[in-house]
Design a protein around this ligand. Structure first.
Ligand SMILES: *Cc1c(COP(=O)(O)O)cnc(C)c1O
Length: 428
């Protein structure tokens, strides 16, 4: 495979942009190679600047649930652009997108839009602290909630990949209110509440996608709800990745436990920069301008981004393709397991709606500590071989994969063919 142009572009980028990338997970450092520069996407496929074509399971790290260059989203977005690019004043489309989202997340009364997932979680925590008049927060090892100071403690994804659980430049004073608990382990949460009577909230990814895909046990989420109620703390579900990726059906177990605040991002912007957080009126009305909790954004609710988000959410709600997505994801993971089994390779897989994840490990992965058991070396080789065989997977073993609307049985079969070839090549 020729990737000469990408290699040259990356050399230039490294002189212009730290590490050559504008977000560390893109760097391919974790798989010890260099990133591909992408020129275009079409449905399930992306093309690099050397004109190689790949099936794309990264989908801009989650947003592109309809596939690339979806015509309806394209039309809505171009239509909006013709009326200028932004005003910093209310526009009708903000109401429309709010209604569509609040219909699915019916526990919440109101939603505020921001421009990234990082802003959404940061603001949600400020809201929880302002509401409860308490300071401490509980987060789980391996959950990623964006890169704000207080949340950059044992975060998964990029932070885990680089073996730096925290970050330089974050004063200890800023993280001393962040208590760490173990995912899927209620006793570790109880211990936090024993250690502190100042806990404002628990923040969790109900389906963790940033330590690979590790869904929370439903019983565990229920227990979190109870422990929050008992201690007058709020429960925040960070669904920036999993929101509109797992299900929109209220009967789905995904919605079995009702949180106090939900954060969204990724899919709700259809590929443009959008985040959001929502809650019941008595909580979210504390936000400025009505209340005393300040939160703002020059580009929040930008009409182009809102239109892309609205077209995406509207279409995904009409299609309601989550059954089909999980059937495809299961077919892919089951086929992968069979291949791995035939080659005596330990593999753990998970599927939730359109999200899938796999670990090269003999043992089940229930939390971040368990991820130590996976073979990252093997993942690097696998990632490389899959690219050679036309499949673009996230460049770290701590990420999830996604099915999108344009994928079908053929996509899955083609991918399984690539998996078979890749494993054979590594085993040679
Ligand atoms: C991606 C992500 C974030 C951060 O969103 P950005 O838009 O990258 O700031 C927060 N929480 C979760 C669960 C995410 O997956």
């Amino acid at each position: 495979m020729n990737i000469k142009k990408s290699e040259i572009a990356f050399e230039e980028a490294k002189n212009l942009i730290p590490g050559g990338v504008n977000s560390p997970v893109r760097s391919f450092n974790a798989v010890k190679s260099s990133p591909l520069f992408i020129s275009k996407g079409e449905g399930s496929f992306i093309y690099d600047i050397d004109d190689n074509k790949y099936i794309d399971y990264v989908q801009s790290w989650g947003p592109m649930i309809l596939g690339h260059s979806d015509k309806d989203v394209e039309k809505a977005t171009i239509g909006a652009i013709k009326n200028s690019f932004g005003f910093g004043a209310p526009t009708l489309i903000e109401n429309e997108l709010a209604k569509e989202i609040l219909e699915v997340y019916s526990f919440a009364d109101k939603i505020r839009f921001v421009s990234s997932g990082t802003e959404a979680t940061m603001s949600a925590i400020r809201l929880a602290r302002g509401y409860t008049h308490k300071n401490d927060i509980i987060k789980f090892k391996g959950c990623y909630h964006g890169h704000s100071d207080a949340l950059l403690v044992e975060a998964g994804s990029g932070a885990a990949t680089f073996g730096k659980p925290s970050s330089l430049g974050v004063p200890e004073d800023f993280t001393k209110h962040t208590l760490l608990a173990e995912y899927n382990d209620i006793s570790s949460v109880q211990k936090c509440f024993e250690d502190s009577d100042d806990i404002a909230c628990i923040i969790i990814e109900p389906v963790a996608g940033n330590m690979g895909l590790v869904p929370a046990d439903l019983e565990f989420l229920k227990n979190l709800r109870e422990i929050c109620d008992k201690n007058n703390a709020l429960l925040i579900f960070d669904e920036v990745m999993s929101g509109f990726r797992v299900s929109i059906d209220k009967e789905n177990p995904y919605f079995a436990t009702t949180p106090d605040i939900v954060t969204l991002g990724k899919v709700i912007g259809g590929g443009l920069p959008v985040g959001a957080f929502m809650a019941k009126a008595n909580i979210i009305n504390l936000l400025s301008p009505d209340g005393g909790i300040y939160q703002a954004g020059t580009l929040s609710g930008n009409p182009i981004a809102m239109n892309a988000g609205y077209a995406t959410i509207k279409k995904i709600k009409e299609l309601n393709p989550y059954e089909r997505f999980s059937t495809l994801a299961n077919k892919l993971m089951d086929g992968f397991s069979e291949i791995a089994n035939n080659h005596n390779i330990g593999l753990q897989t998970n599927v939730r709606g359109s999200m899938f994840g796999f670990f090269f490990s003999d043992e089940e992965i229930k939390n971040f500590n368990d991820t130590n058991k996976m073979d990252k070396e093997f993942f690097s080789k696998f990632h490389y071989e899959m690219l050679q065989n036309g499949v673009y997977l996230a460049c770290s073993a701590y990420e999830s994969g996604f099915i999108c609307n344009t994928m079908n049985e053929e996509t899955v079969n083609e991918t399984l063919g690539a998996i078979e070839k890749s494993i054979k090549a590594i085993k040679l």
